[in-house]
Design a protein around this ligand. Structure first.
Ligand SMILES: *Cc1c(COP(=O)(O)O)cnc(C)c1O
Length: 373
């Protein structure tokens, strides 16, 4: 009966698409130990190194001692500590919104907000390269899903033009596209949404802590904060902890408390994760050195976003390049379909604040040697 599993796995192995876990024995963020050997980590989303910062680890330890290892219940039952509320107030302030709500992960935040807001009478309009969690949230929402080619504003306008009969229209875009590291054209999206009376939601997973003068995200980058109806993000990337969030009006957040199933029917975030995220946001606000260090590292690549794709084509090519780098002490995962489109398999290089100049020089020379232009 389970023969289809064997067949499917064989197919994945034959096409270079089989995925396997690697066991990390030790890490300080910058380096990672696998099978007793140390590697430079160039594929982490811990962009500011905050997951390993002593102040943040201490905050997590203190919260665990005070509140326990787990929250013990959902937020609405008995899992809502003072730390959860402090964290939400801090996120709202950071994103310049009235209020915020925290979910156990970013994936669950997307599921929760989109299924709560949309139904069969609505349409949701997304960029073709939006994150998998947005796509799954669309499917679960039952709204009519419409997809425009990557950053194609003419196509978005056309879709909006023929969508007036829907009860609500919601445009959802990644702020920073997770596999390409490019930015959504937010000002153009705002103006189209305004013209066609559509709501806008941005997924700031890779922008939070990274973009804009103070790391507040894509709106700050464009100098127009507070304009997007719904701001979603994660605490698991530059913030170095775990958890997803939505920030917006107090009414929106009250509504999500009552309607978002991935908030209501799941255990609250562990107190340690709340405390770590809170400490990280405070550190980002009070000490620009983390973001400055990241930006200095990004200068070598003439980049403003720490995600740098090196597109190689076939899955086999990407896997081979990743294995060659691994032999030389560099951890840089191959990204293959269905995460990226067919024939766009790649190495997705991420740069972090804790990388040294020597680390980056070492990587650059190995890339030149192993992947000739
Ligand atoms: C990582 C990511 C998520 C999911 O966040 P988690 O907290 O890891 O579940 C959502 N959207 C985008 C664009 C992401 O890159």
């Amino acid at each position: 009966m389970l023969e289809f599993i064997d067949e499917e796995l064989k197919l994945l192995k034959g096409t270079g698409l089989y995925r396997q876990l690697r066991t990390i024995e030790k890490t300080d963020g910058r380096t990672i130990t696998i099978d007793g050997k140390s590697y430079l980590n160039f594929c982490s989303n811990n962009y500011l190194g905050l997951a390993n910062h002593p102040r943040i680890i201490e905050a997590a330890q203190k919260a665990t001692a005070e509140y326990g290892a787990g929250a013990g219940a959902s937020r609405l039952i008995s899992g809502n500590t003072i730390l959860h509320e402090k964290l939400e107030r801090k996120i709202a302030e950071f994103k310049k919104r009235e209020a915020a709500i925290v979910f156990p992960t970013g994936f669950m935040a997307n599921l929760g907000v989109m299924t709560a807001l949309l139904d069969e009478k609505d349409t949701v309009i997304i960029d073709r390269l939006d994150h998998a969690s947005i796509i799954d949230a669309c499917r679960l929402s039952k709204a009519k899903l419409q997809v425009y080619p990557h950053k194609d504003m003419k196509a978005l306008e056309k879709i909006l033009g023929r969508s007036q009969s829907f009860s609500k229209r919601l445009i959802v875009t990644d702020s920073v596209f997770s596999m390409d590291g490019d930015l959504a054209p937010l000002p153009e999206i705002w103006s189209l949404a305004n013209k066609h009376r559509s709501l806008v939601m941005i997924d700031e997973a890779h922008a939070t802590g990274v973009l804009g003068k103070c790391g507040r995200g894509l709106e700050e980058h464009f100098g127009l904060e507070g304009r997007t109806d719904i701001v979603m993000g994660t605490l698991s990337k530059a913030i170095g902890s775990l958890g997803g969030f939505v920030a917006g009006s107090q009414q929106l957040i009250n509504y999500l408390h009552n309607k978002a199933r991935s908030f209501i029917y799941t255990t609250a975030l562990p107190p340690a994760s709340c405390a770590a995220a809170l400490a990280a946001l405070e550190l980002i606000e009070n000490d620009p050195s983390f973001l400055n260090k990241l930006r200095a590292n990004l200068k070598s690549f003439s980049a403003i976003v720490p995600i740098i794709p090196i597109i190689l084509g076939s899955a086999e090519k990407a896997v081979k390049a990743s294995q060659d780098l691994f032999k030389r002490g560099i951890l840089l995962s191959a990204i293959r379909p269905p995460t990226v489109p067919q024939d766009q398999s790649r190495l997705r290089l991420t740069i972090c604040a804790q990388h040294t100049k020597e680390d980056i020089d070492c990587l650059a020379s190995l890339l030149q040697e192993l992947i000739p232009a």
